[in-house]
Design a protein around this ligand. Structure first.
Ligand code: NAD
Length: 355
């Protein structure tokens, strides 16, 4: 006698790291970044439809574990993500993630996926789509400070979405810069490894900081930042973890994702709780100005918000619709009689005995 197979309602599509890598290779990184950016912008444009909350963070001396939920009333998504800067010492990544998209009407998950790669893609796509609204016109050169896991994705997103043709790389660990330069070779960017942050920002119209250190770090000092640049600050995303000198913030026009979360986690945790900031969705929707002139310093104080993950999950669900080779996980109990969950175990036990 054979064991009962899981019913159709028990199965949820599952995207493993391997499947995600296949998707990225098949679609091409830059195409995914461009398509993802469109989904992210589309969701920022319907910002008011979303049920939003600052992410739920569990802090420890070494890092943070966070849950990031968002819903548009039809679908509900959440991401589990960690941030542990010292993990690389034991061969682990600083950031790993997975997530779920669910149907609000039934509460049933419709997708379970790895989100470590997806987070790198969505963070880069978000940075670049925001820079499209804030960076100086005709920007071609970006300084990329912090050359870890996120960095190549950032560089390629700025190439594909903003037209950057040169990246100037710097990391306190020269091996990270070598790795990023190697990965970016032949990808259509002029890559300039630099020996200091000061050297990296020479001639750059966009400065991306994407370092990982659980402290109030000063990756950019006040005298390093001239007028007219756009700063894309990615790495300061936790209480007590920032990258920019406070004086830079005072000279910048600051743009954020969701103020209730950014005021806790972003660079602006260094400022008064009522310091003026502009919500980036308002710029995208034409309700607030972005860059006004060529001398302004614009700062995207990015912490990563749940709607961006929701957009990424929505994008993934849409491209999976045409795939035949999806792995299905037996994730949800599906008894013949929905109220007979207990009996389902008993019947399974009998089938195991008889088999
Ligand atoms: N805003 C967002 O949406 C978002 C999303 C993902 C990750 N992050 C954050 O981005 C940061 C980078 O993530 P990652 O996955 O690339 O981490 P990673 O550990 O792979 O890379 C970080 C790099 O920063 C370098 N670094 C540390 N201090 C430095 C300094 N003072 N100057 C120059 N380089 C320095 C390290 O040597 C390392 O190579 C993390 O802090 C992470 O929490 C933010």
């Amino acid at each position: 006698m054979s064991l009962p197979l899981p019913g159709p309602m028990s199965l949820v599509p599952f995207v493993s790291v391997e499947t995600m890598m296949r998707i990225v290779l098949e679609q091409g990184v830059e195409r995914i970044l461009v398509d993802l950016a469109a989904y992210i912008e589309e969701d920022f444009l319907r910002w008011e439809q979303f049920d939003k909350t600052p992410r739920v963070a569990a802090h420890s001396p070494e890092g943070v574990i966070e849950l990031m939920p968002a819903s548009d009333g039809r679908s509900y998504g959440f991401k589990y993500v960690n941030g542990h800067p010292r993990n690389i010492r034991t061969g682990r990544q600083t950031v790993t993630a997975f997530g779920v998209l669910a149907d609000v009407e039934t509460g049933y998950p419709v997708l379970l996926t790895e989100m470590t790669i997806l987070t790198a893609l969505r963070t880069a796509a978000t940075s670049a789509v925001v820079a499209k609204h804030l960076a100086p016109k005709g920007a071609k050169v970006m300084a990329m400070i912090g050359n870890g896991a996120q960095s190549e994705f950032q560089c390629l997103a700025f190439k594909a979405i903003c037209g950057i043709d040169t990246v100037r790389l710097y990391d306190i660990d020269g091996k990270a810069t070598e790795k990023a330069a190697r990965n970016l070779a032949g990808k259509g960017l002029t890559v300039v490894p630099c020996a200091s942050a000061e050297q990296a920002i020479e001639g750059a119209q966009i400065i991306t900081t994407c370092t990982a250190d659980k402290q109030y770090a000063t990756i950019l000092g006040d005298n390093m930042v001239g007028s007219g640049v756009h700063i894309n600050a990615i790495g300061g995303d936790c209480p007590g973890k920032t990258e920019l000198h406070r004086d830079i913030l005072a000279r910048s026009e600051i743009f954020v994702e969701y103020p209730p979360q950014t005021r806790i986690e972003g660079e602006i945790q260094q400022l008064a709780p009522d310091h003026p900031v502009t919500e980036i969705w308002q710029v995208m929707a034409g309700k607030a100005p972005g860059r006004r002139d060529g001398t302004q310093i614009t700062l995207f104080d990015s912490v990563g918000f749940a709607t961006e993950d929701f957009s990424a999950l929505r994008y993934l669900r849409d491209i999976l619709a045409s795939r035949q080779d999806l792995q299905m996980l037996d994730l949800l109990a599906d008894p013949d009689d929905p109220r007979d969950l207990f009996g389902m175990i008993e019947r399974y036990g009998k089938a195991v005995e008889a088999a």
